[in-house]
Design a protein around this ligand. Structure first.
Ligand code: FES
Length: 305
């Protein structure tokens, strides 16, 4: 029995369990070490909580004597001094229920946003389509060509994209090497522009792809002054990483764009460049360094921004 002065105080195990679950969920997003600590906390506090809750069940079962009742000569009064006492909720039971409810509320407040950030991107992901940019001859070695195309012609102009494509010559395995930068600024998503004149007279059209050579070896963003070099590395301004790039393949002598990926940094140039690749992430998201650990998720990731 928990009534009276011997009743134990409210338990803190549910709160510890909720904190452990929250750590586990956050850790699944940012770091396996945090996830492991969260799992250990959740298991430890969960066991302690279960042990406490089942204490009465696990206790020795007292011998129960047959119930006997004296037959009253007259009906017992329903009220007044002789009335049977009504069952009451004791203070300790109230505090126990409050503690459990508070722990559940804290757990929900912490875990629901994390679950939302984990699950929603699956529903906001925009499918990508391979895009044929035409014959390799369209891309002179060492020069950038602005390629403007519809990523998904079935949805029209809303899928129009721009990439800066440079043929680097053959790589170490004698395969054609390309640098293909996505024009979307990795600060807040404005359209990055080449820092040089566009040769409109040399413009070409391949199906719905427009190709315009440009005399530029760096790029700038008109919104907040972000600057990138010829490999897409940030050289000035607020962008948080290097320019995103497209995967590519060569099919039947044509250059075909694949998926986007994020870039932490590029060392070296052209065909010899060493690229730190990451899964594509929305503008404003750090993909490497301490910032990626401190800011694992930004709101624009769940809005497709
Ligand atoms: S959006 Fe490009 S610098 Fe801000």
């Amino acid at each position: 029995m928990r009534e009276g002065g011997d009743a134990p105080g409210p338990s803190l195990w549910p709160i510890g369990f909720a904190i452990g679950v929250a750590c586990l969920l956050v850790g699944l997003v940012i770091s396996w070490i945090v996830a492991a600590i969260g799992a250990a906390l959740a298991i430890a506090f969960g066991l302690l909580w279960a042990r406490e809750v089942t204490r009465e069940v696990r206790g020795e079962v007292p011998e129960i004597e047959p119930e006997t009742r004296a037959v009253a000569d007259e009906a017992a009064p329903l009220s007044g001094d002789g009335a049977a006492p009504l069952p009451l909720y004791t203070r300790s039971r109230f505090l126990e229920a409050t503690t459990i409810g508070l722990g559940a509320a804290i757990g929900a407040v912490v875990t629901l946003p994390v679950l939302g950030f984990m699950v929603l991107p699956s529903f906001t992901h925009i499918s990508e389509h391979d895009v044929d940019l035409g014959p390799l001859d369209n891309f002179p070695e060492g020069e950038f060509v602005i390629a403007t195309f519809l990523e998904n012609p079935s949805i029209g102009e809303v899928s129009r994209r721009t990439a800066f494509v440079r043929y680097n010559g053959p790589d170490s395995s004698n395969q054609p090497s390309f640098t293909i930068l996505y024009s979307r600024c990795v600060h807040l998503g404005c359209p990055v522009q080449p820092n040089g004149p566009i040769d409109e007279k040399a413009k070409q059209q391949f199906r719905n792809v427009e190709l315009r050579p440009v005399l530029a070896q760096s790029f700038g963003c008109p919104c907040h002054g972000g600057q990138y070099n010829s490999e897409g590395n940030r050289t000035a301004g607020p962008p948080v990483r290097s320019m995103d790039r497209f995967e590519y393949s060569i099919k039947n002598g044509h250059l075909v764009l694949g998926s986007l990926y994020a870039v932490g940094n590029v060392t070296g140039n052209g065909a010899a460049a060493k690229i730190t690749k990451y899964p594509w992430s929305s503008p404003g998201t750090h993909v490497n360094g301490i910032e990626a650990w401190l800011y694992p998720i930004v709101p624009s990731q769940v809005t497709g921004g």
